[in-house]
Design a protein around this ligand. Structure first.
Ligand SMILES: Cc1cc2nc3c(=O)[nH]c(=O)nc-3n(C[C@H](O)[C@H](O)[C@H](O)COP(=O)(O)OP(=O)(O)OC[C@H]3O[C@@H](n4cnc5c(N)ncnc54)[C@H](O)[C@@H]3O)c2cc1C
Length: 430
């Protein structure tokens, strides 16, 4: 059994995030056999959040990661910390009367992120505010309908409608928009390393560079790595998009979709401040969406360009730069300094996929581009479930998922066909 992603994976080359943090000394790899109440696989937001809350409840917790904290999507993403789900309609349809309770959890997720930043003094450049914008007239009523649903069905009070997105963004590309004053954005790797530090301080043991090779289920599950093993009472699998063949049973339900980000050189502060009012995060509502924000050191971080096949971020960089210039032509003389990418954990219906493989084995995955905040609450409700209060976990675990068709061999070509269909529709404006 091997892990899909590699240590030398060029998808992480030249990340602006890695260039702007100081990592602590490596956590040691797992050597030999140890016992813990709970073993968590994965030191991203999901795994670390689960570990922190379990430790606070008195459990002994060991986290093992194939690489190091924040190596996965948690250390590479767009940093947009959002309420809601990637597909609110699926949650509303499938959970019926209980959808409001589920949506409330997503609002709690942003609250939890804000609370943890304060509680653990995590310096991760949090900026409140998030703007969703429509690029085409057909998308305007869709955006309005989404806002109406969220306000009326979920009682979310922080949205305001902009007839003219230009009020908040210095770009001619957008028509209308929805402004959300409660969501926001962060430097995700700083946040993830902050969570890891808080977990260590609380007594969680983290083992880096310890890829899990095999999981033996049973009353006392065993997690085997190359050089060691953890015997535990409970296991939480938070390896997400890169868990790969170690767990085909759950991995088959997510498509790792490549997404890429470029960061410009530092701009003059006046130019940086003029692009987006109050420096809030921005995303459009297209199928192949662009997401961007201005960093606290006056760079534009611009992401998008979803792919099903592997691509070198350096090759994608000029394409993303062109997209960036179609939004902000005033940046034509500004250079791109960093380009990187990662795999987004996308389910077929774009709702998150939580569940149990056995009464004592939990998994969390498939946040579908909405994981920065939601992973926090996912960890919290998993810890609650292990401690005996499973109401919130079971609520979200009710969401039904399908396997991505095509199996290991044909999954990418099948996905590519779906992507082609959406590209053609977007090109035709339908
Ligand atoms: C480019 C990009 C942009 C994104 N932008 C946003 C955004 O703006 N807003 C948003 O909400 N979401 C965004 N996302 C999604 C978000 O980042 C993820 O949903 C979230 O980080 C998932 O966190 P996680 O802890 O579940 O998984 P990960 O962060 O991927 O962590 C999984 C960890 O498990 C480890 N692991 C995997 N397999 C094994 C194994 N066999 N043994 C041991 N360890 C293993 C990995 O090394 C990794 O560290 C984006 C994702 C990407 C890639």
């Amino acid at each position: 059994m091997t892990v899909d992603a590699r240590d030398d994976d060029p998808l992480i080359r030249r990340s602006y995030y890695e260039a702007t943090v100081t990592r602590p000394a490596d956590d040691p790899p797992l050597l030999g056999t140890i016992d813990a109440d709970v073993c968590v696989i994965g030191a991203g937001f999901s795994g670390l959040s689960t570990a922190l809350d379990l430790r606070a409840k008195g459990f002994s917790v060991v986290v093992v990661d194939a690489h190091e904290p924040g190596w996965g999507a948690s250390g590479r993403n767009g940093g947009q910390a959002l309420v809601g789900f990637a597909n609110d309609h699926v949650v509303a349809d499938q959970l019926g009367e209980d959808a409001k309770r589920a949506w409330r959890l997503s609002v709690d997720a942003v609250g939890l992120l804000r609370e943890r930043i304060a509680k653990y003094s995590i310096d991760c450049d949090f900026v409140p505010g998030y703007l969703t914008v429509a690029t085409r007239s057909k998308r305007v009523p869709e955006l309005r309908a989404w806002m109406d649903m969220v306000e009326q069905r979920f009682d979310y009070p922080h949205l305001s409608w902009l007839d003219d997105a230009h009020e908040r963004i210095d770009s001619e590309r957008y028509l209308s928009g929805v402004y959300d004053s409660y969501s926001g954005h962060i430097h995700p790797l700083k946040y993830c390393l902050g969570l890891a530090a808080a977990a260590r301080n609380a007594g969680v043991v983290i083992h880096s560079h310890s890829p899990v090779k095999r999981i033996v289920e049973g009353d006392k599950p065993v997690v085997e790595t190359e050089q060691g093993a953890v015997h535990c009472r409970f296991l939480v699998i938070a390896g997400n998009a890169s868990i790969g063949r170690v767990l085909p049973r759950v991995h088959d339900r997510i498509a790792p979709i490549g997404s890429f980000i470029v960061a410009t050189e530092r701009m003059e502060p006046e130019l940086a401040a003029s692009l987006i009012r109050d420096r809030v995060a921005v995303c459009d509502n297209n199928f192949f969406l662009d997401y961007f924000r201005v960093s606290n050191d006056d760079r534009l971080l611009f992401g998008g360009r979803a792919t099903t096949a592997y691509m070198d971020p350096q090759a994608v960089s000029p394409v993303l730069r062109q997209r960036m210039l179609s939004v902000f032509p005033q940046l034509r003389d500004i250079k791109v300094e960093y380009a990187w990418g990662g795999y987004v954990d996308v389910t077929q219906n774009r709702a998150p996929d939580f569940g149990r493989l056995a009464p004592n084995i939990y998994y969390l995955q498939g946040f579908s581009g909405h994981g920065v905040a939601l992973t926090g609450v996912a960890g919290r409700i998993t810890a609650e479930a292990i401690a005996g209060q499973a109401g919130s976990f079971d609520l979200l675990a009710r969401i039904q998922h399908r396997r991505i068709p095509g199996g290991e061999l044909f999954r990418r070509p099948v996905l590519e066909l779906g992507f082609m269909y959406h590209r053609v529709r977007e090109a035709l404006g339908v």
